[in-house]
Design a protein around this ligand. Structure first.
Ligand code: BGC
Length: 706
């Protein structure tokens, strides 16, 4: 038995039933509301084991003091917080950052965010969000890493490592929480919280792999999602929590419900009342109840155990997992945080530098008709509702980030270029009152740089959309500006794949990113002025019209693949076959060509690792970075397979004119899928290996798996 296991056993032996249930009860920061005074009393009685949303070190210390000094057993608290892309220093939203295709960058920003949060008393971070998101209508894709299970998995692993570090107990790290288990992103119609109806194979091939990656990286906890998956609400599902997550995937850490999702079991019609909910959730394998008004564990578990409806062993196992985490975090030894160190940990040059680096690496160049980069001396009109809005730079879930610490594009460009500013219109309101001034400014400028997009209030939790257009009169503004004849650089900021069809026609150059955080303005300026050569690529397919949703590159092959000229094929009457921009798409000020794709062997067994080599040349006069992408296609299989699947990538730097042979490793074990019996298989036969600059533009070679 390890030392921690021993300590937990001893502590558990001293606990009353009520105290045990307390460890599984999480209360919100409502404990600080005047009308929830009873919360403090419950805390003193050891009936609360963790809290959510405590964002100040003084409060964290005060709560820990009550737990440690005023409860019978002195058990410290888990203090959870949504540090999604920064605590005080706001980094790019995860979806934007994923466009860097640099998991190591995400690891660094997760570590920097955690450092700030942990120094301020947070020991449990509700990230990474690793829901694969294939539907542009769903608002929560902004918290994740896009539509591809492999890429989401790489970011899951990196962010878990960033949050947890080498050792959980050093005071600078926290427990990560992989969420939302599972397939939350597959909500029918892209409508948040909606039911999910999925083939089990799809759950296993698409939605579980990122959780596998997070678990392998050591994630200390997992959060169950709100929705019902094939009829079973995730929070009350023995099949998903115990049989799948714990038994099949080997996860041994803490499972917490999403906010109030226990209470919702009743609303789903899955449990009869709160007592039934408490029983169902605990027996399903749920440890901690993240309460939102209703405390089903606190109210009913004790009686359920006494009456024999819930075995005490099941309760003990859950409590054991929570206590183990508390010991692993070193909370029994160091429950408090040093207030001076807490303040000193916030922000600072190092974080700002990292924030800028992460931000500029997250800007995707989608179109450039010889307009960008701009010269500093060019007379530049900086226009648009998002050009000078610091709050918008922070994006959704911005922790304790402060708008006044953010740099807007106008803040940056007014000092770094020959720029003038006009707002042009509001982001959401339909009032065109400000058009005239912007049009006049564009007329008098050599180039107009227009910052438009979807405000942060329109993406994130509960923010599903059905149109995905630029809200308000922003498109009209672009039309008016286009009519001036002044070259138009359009920068779109958004939290989902927006419909940019007309925008892309109007723009002479087009940049896209999610909210970039405190250094957003500098990052856009870096790219626009050519001080950073953009290298980012989209992690979602962008639709031409929202009716194409759900839309993802790795869809199954149909029996009637789409052909433009042939009516009886799989397509829409009124939308193109192709998306506006494919997954993995992104330009650079450099240009790259691919040639000489070669495999280390043309036949291999399913357990071998092959090498895929390709010559990539920078044919331009500008140094730059390219993201080389490796896909597979299994053309004949016992179940229909996706037309393409990402299996690897590499970011390479190439000087102007330089050629490099890029080698990517492909473990053939990773090319399999779950068959009808849900066994993972790598079948024999042909496999197409494709490499290229995006998912649609690749060169291929065949391999035989023997
Ligand atoms: C969200 C979670 C979040 C939790 C706690 C929920 O509404 O779905 O992602 O961690 O709130 O704030």
């Amino acid at each position: 038995m390890t030392m921690i296991a021993q300590q937990v056993t001893e502590l558990l032996a001293k606990m009353t039933l009520r105290e045990k249930v307390g460890q599984l009860t999480q209360c919100g920061n409502s404990i600080y509301n005047d009308d929830y005074k009873i919360g403090w009393e419950l805390l003193r009685q050891g009936r609360i084991g963790s809290l959510l949303g405590i964002g100040e070190v003084e409060q964290a210390n005060e709560l820990q003091r009550v737990a440690v000094e005023e409860t019978r057993l002195g058990i410290p608290l888990l203090l959870g917080f949504d540090v999604i892309h920064g605590y005080r220093t706001t980094f790019p939203v995860p979806w934007a950052e994923a466009c860097s295709w640099e998991p190591e960058l995400a690891r660094a920003t997760a570590a920097a965010s955690t450092r700030e949060a942990a120094a301020n008393g947070v020991n449990w971070i509700y990230a990474p969000m690793i829901d694969v998101s294939r539907d542009p209508r769903w608002g929560r894709g902004v918290e994740g890493a896009g539509e591809d299970p492999y890429l989401v998995g790489r970011f899951a692993e990196a962010r878990v490592k960033g949050i947890q570090g080498e050792t959980l107990s050093d005071g600078w790290h926290a427990a990560a929480c992989a969420k939302h288990f599972v397939a939350y992103g597959a909500a029918i119609g892209g409508k948040d919280y909606n039911s999910v109806d999925l083939a089990p194979q799809t759950v296993h091939d698409v939605y579980l792999p990122p959780f596998r990656a997070a678990i392998d990286a050591g994630a200390a906890s997992v959060m169950t999602a709100f929705h019902d998956l094939n009829g079973e609400p995730c929070t009350g599902s023995h099949y998903w929590i115990t049989e799948t997550l714990r038994e099949r995937m080997g996860f041994a850490g803490v499972v917490i419900s999403d906010a109030g999702s226990t209470d919702q079991l009743k609303v789903h019609g899955y449990t009869a009342d709160d007592r039934d909910t408490a029983k169902t959730a605990l027996l399903a394998g749920l440890d901690v109840e993240m309460c939102f008004g209703i405390f089903t564990y606190q109210e009913h578990l004790e009686a359920l155990v006494r009456e024999g409806a819930v075995p005490v062993d099941t309760l003990d196992a859950a409590v054991r997992r929570v206590l183990t985490l508390k010991y692993e975090l070193g909370l029994f030894e160091h429950p408090y945080r040093d207030v001076k160190m807490a303040a000193a940990a916030l922000g600072g040059d190092g974080s700002r530098k990292l924030a800028r680096e992460a931000a500029r690496r997250s800007v995707v160049l989608l179109k450039n008709q010889d307009v960008l980069p701009l010269k500093k001396t060019q007379r530049m009109a900086v226009i648009g509702p998002l050009a000078d809005d610091r709050e918008e730079m922070l994006g959704t879930w911005s922790g304790v980030g402060r708008a006044e610490e953010a740099v807007s594009p106008w803040d940056a460009l007014k000092t770094r270029a020959n720029a003038s500013h006009a707002k042009g219109c509001q982001a959401v309101e339909p009032s065109p009152a400000l058009f005239a001034e912007a049009v006049q400014l564009a007329q008098n400028s050599e180039v107009a740089v227009v910052f438009v997009g979807e405000p942060r209030s329109m993406n994130g939790e509960g923010k599903s959309r059905t149109s995905n257009t630029l809200p308000g009169v922003q498109l009209e503004l672009l039309e008016k500006l286009k009519a001036t004849g002044t070259p138009l650089v359009v920068v779109v900021i958004g939290g989902r794949p927006l419909v940019l069809t007309r925008v892309a026609e109007l723009a002479d150059a087009l940049l896209f990113s999610g909210a970039l955080g405190v250094e957003a303005g500098q990052a856009y300026a870096d790219v626009i002025l050519g001080e950073y050569n953009s290298s980012a690529k989209l992690v979602n397919t962008f639709p031409t019209v929202v009716g194409q949703a759900p839309l993802y590159y790795n869809h199954n092959n149909t029996g009637k693949p789409p052909v433009e000229e042939f009516f009886w094929t799989s397509k829409y009457l009124d939308a193109p076959i192709k998306p506006l921009f494919p997954f993995g798409y992104g330009l650079s000020y450099s240009r790259f060509t691919y040639a000489n794709l070669a495999l280390s062997q043309t036949a291999a067994t399913g357990t071998e690792v092959i090498e895929v080599r390709v010559d990539v040349t920078n044919t331009s006069a500008v140094d730059g970075e390219e993201i080389v992408q490796l896909y597979i296609t299994d053309p004949v299989a016992s179940l229909v397979r996706p037309v393409k699947e990402l299996k690897g990538f590499a970011k390479v730097f190439l000087r102007a004119g330089e050629m490099k042979t890029v080698t990517l490793k492909l473990p053939l074990q990773s090319t399999g899928f779950h068959n009808r019996k849900l066994e993972y298989v790598v079948e024999k036969g042909k496999l197409l290996i494709s490499v290229g600059t995006n998912s649609a533009d690749t060169i291929s070679q065949a391999l035989m798996i023997v």
